[in-house]
Design a protein around this ligand. Sequence first.
Ligand code: SAH
Ligand code: SF4
Ligand code: F3S
Length: 477
Amino acid sequence: MKNIKLAMPSLKDARMRKNKKIPTIRYHLDEKYQYLGKGKTYSIFTYGCQGNEADSEVMAGILEQIGYVKSLDAMNADIVILNTCAIRENAEQRIWGVLGQLKGKKRENPDMIVGICGCMPQEENATNKILESYDFIDLVFGTHNKQNLPRLIYEAYMTKSKVVEVISSEGEILEEAPKIRELHHKAWVNIMYGCDEFCTYCIVPYTRGKERSRAKEDIIQEVETLVESGYSEITLLGQNVNAYGKDLGSGYTFGDLLYDLDQTGIQRIRFTTSHPRDLDEKTMQAMHDCKSVMPHLHLPVQSGDNEILKKMNRKYTCEEYLSKVRRLKELVPDLALTTDIIVGFPNETEEQFQNTIKLVEAAEFEGAYTFIYSKREGTPAASMPDSISEQEKHERLTLLNQYINKGYLAGHQRFLNQIVEVLVDGPSKNGEGMMCGYTKHLKLTHFKSNDLSLVGKMVKVKITEAKTWFMIGELCE
Ligand code: SAH
Ligand code: SF4
Ligand code: F3S
């Protein structure tokens, strides 16, 4: 297939942070594309974080606006888009695997359009590999230009070529784009995009651009509309939500936003992700004061060793981390705390790993995402010497998970015989006649019921069993 390269990624450009105002763009559809998808179907496969899930909801909105309908057979739609994640090698491996399957589908149906977007194309290596070895892909675009989807599809149809447009700028703020939300009771709400932390292992500041906050008015209005449409829960999204507003320079912070959103009448507010350095007293106070802000905090620590934290450029010590946790638990005594941890950072010694285990015990986490360090081309850690064997790293992960799993169980056991409030998601995969949902503390709870009218409602459940991964309870009348 011929290539049309409208823009190619550059890690060098992606690393730049200029001191200029980030533009807000209001979505506008060119009439020319209005009926582009009429009579055709689409599907979107989403990988990675909630940021990607939110982006996929916008792409679905754009596709439906131009006439596409969601395909019932995801692998056989007229357009199939993979919204990808580049955070670790294994995330990428999975996507190369799915692309392999799609290659066969495209052979059966040459008119199908296959698109790849999200964080992977933002990497030079990945886009080069797509150009060299994945000839059947029609569309390659990134995280900064999903709003151009109609134009890119049009170009691909008209030219029968592979269209590549990956922009490595600091990004913009897209407002008023159409959106098809996946659920009708829980919603993602972006409050900021990008990341300026530059943790040395992480690719996100390169794939997502500069830290940029949405105007508070836009966020509050979005939440008010969600309340009017019957939503009960929102999750505020950003790579570092505690840095919200810093780029706007008005002095209005994440804590202020929580207080304001509490006034909208939304029943449950969650947020992810918090950075331990930027988590401030006002945010903690808001967690105490605002009824709608849920008593759960995901606060990635990454390592329990000060030297490793320094090499990671995390800008806090274990002592500072634990002191914030203590303060939080004073303000929110029943807080459920979860985290992210990386083992096997370049040259992490056994002693440094043991320090992580000690911190896990001290912080009493009730859950964690744990990872083996994965080298990301272009990041500072990729050139750090590393003499720890793969086997050693796997053993550390296994040991760490044993401690983490104890925390999961303890986090569930503390609710035994208590009555908790569950926002019902739907039928549970845990057996016939069961439904499930999450508690305020974000504990997955299953209970016996066939009543589909409960979906999206808050119910009271008495907890009768606590397992490692979930709780079981009985619906209270
Ligand atoms: N912005 C969030 C999380 C971003 S990515 C934060 O800073 O907390 C989610 C998690 O993936 C990170 O918290 C980290 O634990 C993990 N991660 C990121 N880059 C990684 C890498 N190169 N190898 C292994 N894990 C990584
Ligand atoms: Fe990555 Fe660090 Fe930014 Fe999180 S805060 S997205 S880990 S650079
Ligand atoms: Fe992955 Fe990009 Fe999110 S790398 S974790 S999809 S920001």
